[in-house]
Design a protein. Structure first.
Length: 427
C-alpha cells in the first residue's frame, strides 16, 4: 500500500513487521488526520476566485488583506497554468477596481514596506487597481502619492510598475509627478541610472517628442501643451534622435534591453530608407544594431535574440549581459555577422525574451507576418499571459510586409510604440 508523507512514513519499518490488520490500525488515524490537515487545492480559476470574491463582498481592510494573501498563494503555488493564472489576475483586478476605497488604499500602501518576493503579485495587482480609478473616498492626489511612494521602493519591478501606472492613469497629475521624480533623480546625479531611464521612456510614451531632454525641458514643453496629453504622440524617429550613439532606429535604448531581430529569408530583400539609397533590409538592421550595441554604457544590461523559424539567444543562456567593452565588441561582431534563415517565429522570440530575468524593454523588429510558432492571436495571448506581472515594454519596428496590426497591438498593449521603418510604394 502507498503512504503519504508524515507520521505514517516514520513507522514504515514497524509496519513491515506487522500483519496488515495491525498496520491498518496503526496507520489509519495518522493518515486520516494528515488528510484533514492538507490544504484544499482548487483546479480552476472559478474554484479559486469564488471564495475570494465572496470575502471581498464583506468589505473592509481585513477582507482585502486576506484576498491579496490568497492571490500570492495562487501565483507561488503554480497550481494553475500561466493562462489560468492570468485569468485569475484579470478577474481579481476587475473586482478590486470596482471596490476602490480607503481601506484598499491603506492595505496597498502597507504592502510597499514588504520586501519578500512572495508578496510581489499582490503588490502589482493592488497597484493596478488604482490606475485611473478614484472614488470611495480616494482622490487623484491619493493615487498619485501612492504611485510616487512606490517609485522609491528598493524593488526595481515595483519602481517600474508605479512609473508605468502613473502614465496609464491618463491624468495630467501623473505626468507632473513623473517630471518631479525625474528632476529628483537628475539632482541626485542618478540621471543615467535605471529609474531615470524608465521615467524618460514612459514620458516619451505619453508625450512623444515633447519628452526629449532633461526634466526642465520636458516640464516647459508640457506646460506649453496646456498639460494636456496628446491623442497621438509624435514618435517620428527624427524627433526622437539626438540621444547619442545609444539609439536604435531613433529610440534611446533602455538600460535593460533585448533586441529581437528577424533574420528570415525575406530580410534579404532591398528597400529604400528615408534619405538613403536601396539596401538589403538585413544589412540595414545589422548596421543599426551594431551601432546601437556599440554605444551601450557599462551600466547597460542587454542581449540579442535573432529569429527565423526558431529563436536563439546570443549568449549567456538567456541572461542579460553587462555592457563591458568585451561584451560590446563581441555583440557588435555578432550583429554584423547575422545570416538569414527561413520562417518568421515572432511567438518564440518574445516568449524567450520574456523569460530573461530583469529585462525592462524588448525591441522587436520584423518584415513579415508570423509563419511559425503561432499566429497573431496566439502571440498576443502568450505575451499577455507572460507579461501581466513583469510589465516589460515592447517597442516594435516593421518593414513593408510586416503584420502592422500585430506589431501595433503588441506595442500598444505592452507600454510601447510602433515604427514603420519604410513606406510602401503607392499604387
Amino acid at each position: 500500500m502507498g503512504f503519504i508523507p508524515g507520521e505514517a512514513f516514520d513507522i514504515r519499518r514497524e509496519v513491515d513487521e506487522l500483519n496488515f490488520k495491525r498496520a491498518l490500525r496503526i496507520c489509519f488515524p495518522s493518515v486520516f488526520l494528515g488528510l484533514l490537515a492538507l490544504p484544499v487545492f482548487s483546479d480552476s480559476p472559478d474554484e479559486i476566485l469564488s471564495p475570494m470574491l465572496d470575502r471581498l463582498d464583506k468589505g473592509g481592510a481585513s477582507a482585502y488583506s486576506y484576498v491579496l494573501r490568497q492571490y500570492n498563494r495562487v501565483e507561488s503555488g503554480k497550481r494553475l497554468d500561466v493562462f489560468e493564472r492570468y485569468e485569475v489576475h484579470q478577474r481579481l483586478l476587475k473586482a478590486l477596481r470596482a471596490r476602490v476605497d480607503k481601506d484598499l488604499l491603506a492595505v496597498v500602501r502597507g504592502l510597499v514596506k514588504k520586501k519578500q518576493a512572495s508578496v510581489f503579485p499582490s503588490q502589482v495587482v493592488g497597484l493596478k487597481a488604482f490606475a485611473g480609478a478614484a472614488g470611495g473616498g480616494v482622490g487623484r492626489a491619493d493615487v498619485v502619492k501612492l504611485y510616487s511612494d512606490y517609485t522609491r521602493s528598493k524593488e526595481r519591478g515595483l519602481q517600474t510598475w508605479s512609473v508605468r501606472l502613473l502614465v496609464d492613469s491618463g491624468w495630467p497629475e501623473g505626468i507632473d509627478a513623473l517630471i518631479v521624480r525625474l528632476r529628483e533623480e537628475e539632482d541626485a546625479g542618478r540621471h543615467l541610472e535605471d529609474l531615470a531611464s524608465v521615467i524618460q521612456s514612459e514620458l516619451y510614451r505619453a508625450l512623444g517628442a515633447a519628452a526629449i531632454g532633461d526634466a526642465g525641458a520636458v516640464k516647459k514643453r508640457w506646460e506649453n501643451m496646456g498639460r494636456k496629453l496628446p491623442d497621438k504622440p509624435n514618435y517620428a524617429p527624427d524627433a526622437a534622435s539626438g540621444g547619442g550613439r545609444t539609439v536604435f532606429f531613433g529610440d534611446r535604448i533602455a538600460l535593460r534591453s533585448i533586441f529581437c531581430i528577424d533574420i528570415s529569408s525575406s530580410m534579404k530583400g532591398q528597400v529604400k530608407m528615408p534619405g538613403k539609397g536601396n539596401s538589403p533590409k538585413v544589412d540595414i538592421v545589422k548596421g543599426e544594431l551594431a551601432k546601437a550595441v556599440g554605444g551601450l554604457s557599462r551600466e547597460s544590461l542587454f542581449t540579442i535574440i535573432p529569429y527565423d523559424g526558431t529563436a536563439t539567444t546570443w549568449r549567456g543562456r538567456g541572461q542579460l549581459q553587462p555592457g563591458t567593452r568585451t561584451n560590446v565588441l563581441a555583440a557588435e561582431g555578432f550583429a554584423r555577422s547575422l545570416q538569414t534563415g527561413s520562417g518568421t517565429n515572432i511567438h518564440d522570440s518574445l516568449a524567450l525574451a520574456l523569460k530573461v530575468k530583469g529585462v525592462e524593454t524588448i525591441y522587436l523588429l520584423s518584415d513579415g507576418a508570423p509563419s511559425r510558432g503561432g499566429g497573431p492571436a496566439e502571440i498576443k495571448k502568450r505575451v499577455a499571459a507572460m507579461n501581466y506581472l513583469l510589465g516589460v515594454r515592447v517597442v516594435t519596428y516593421g518593414f513593408t510586409g510586416s503584420d502592422e496590426k500585430l506589431m501595433k497591438d503588441l506595442a500598444g498593449r505592452n507600454w510601447g510604440w510602433y515604427r514603420a521603418l519604410n513606406k510602401s510604394k503607392k499604387k
